[in-house]
Design a protein around this ligand. Structure first.
Ligand SMILES: Nc1ncnc2c1ncn2[C@@H]1O[C@H](COP(=O)(O)OP(=O)(O)OP(=O)(O)O)[C@@H](O)[C@H]1O
Ligand SMILES: [Mg+2]
Length: 247
């Protein structure tokens, strides 16, 4: 068993998941990770979205992990250590493996990566209940899940499938993050996707909403999806990180 999975490793595993693609899992993962790091925590991200890896591009990481023998020293950005299939895929080609190969890679990322001491490892899961999510659940039963949804009922309805699966796998649910919750202009909140879907989902899962993230472009024009610490979204994630730390 990878050492970091032993209870005495002290690592808190948080899997970020959703039923539906494109609702903001990766955005939530990297911004929560960056917020935890700003608060002095030692944080890693495992981009478990092996087919659709996006973390390196979203964090603007150009360097690859350094390999020492068979061990990878993770790339680092915003104070967060990152491992992703994107570092190993040729010319950004999607990866076509299934089943056992996938399983092996995730295990590899846990075992053959020099994470050092970590307080948190965030896992960015692919959407839905496919192989990777099932493997991760089996491999890291102590992981807690954050379920991401948009306010739109359909999105939350599908997200509930992911939630039901979390309950199946005995992962405890940390809570629901409602992304793209509203768009604020002239001090007024516009609920473009409606309201109430996330509450409904949280209720269904006997959980609660732990953050509401508005629509916003990252401040600087860098192409990075990490929001500035003092932006509205930056502050939402600081609060969420504080809640997780001091809960
Ligand atoms: N709160 C937000 N405000 C504005 N844009 C956002 C917000 N959240 C996410 N986005 C944008 O929406 C798109 C999808 O987000 P993201 O890649 O995080 O979703 P995902 O759930 O990880 O998608 P996939 O299922 O493809 O992995 C991205 O272009 C991202 O920059
Ligand atoms: Mg993603």
């Amino acid at each position: 068993m990878p050492k970091m999975l032993l209870p005495e490793s002290g690592v808190t595993f948080i899997a970020v998941t959703s039923g539906k693609g494109g609702v903001g899992k990766s955005t939530i993962t990297i911004n929560l990770a960056a917020a935890l790091a700003r608060l002095g925590k030692r944080v890693g991200i495992l981009d478990a979205d092996i087919y659709g890896f996006s973390i390196p591009a979203m964090m603007k990481i150009d360097q690859k992990p350094t390999m020492i023998d068979q061990t990878a020293i993770p790339a680092e950005s915003h104070g967060v250590k990152v491992m992703s299939m994107g570092f190993f895929a040729k010319d950004n080609q999607p990866v076509m493996w299934r089943g056992p190969m996938l399983n092996k890679w995730i295990r590899n990322f846990l075992t053959n990566t020099h994470w050092g001491e970590l307080d948190y490892l965030l896992l960015d899961l692919p959407p839905g209940t496919r192989d990777v999510a099932i493997d991760v659940a089996a491999m890291i039963p102590q992981a807690q899940e954050i379920i991401v949804t948009t306010p739109h009922y359909a999105a939350s309805h599908v997200a509930s499938r992911a939630g039901v699966m979390a309950q199946h796998t005995k992962h405890s649910i940390l809570g629901v993050v409602e992304n793209m919750a509203y768009f604020e202009s002239n001090g007024e909140k516009n609920y473009l996707f409606g309201q109430g879907g996330a509450e409904k989902l949280a209720e269904e899962l006997h959980s609660h909403i732990i953050a509401q993230v508005p629509f916003a472009q990252p401040e600087e024009n860098t192409g990075s999806s990490v929001y500035d610490e003092d932006s509205v979204i930056g502050e939402v994630f600081t609060h969420l990180a504080e809640e997780l730390i001091y809960q």
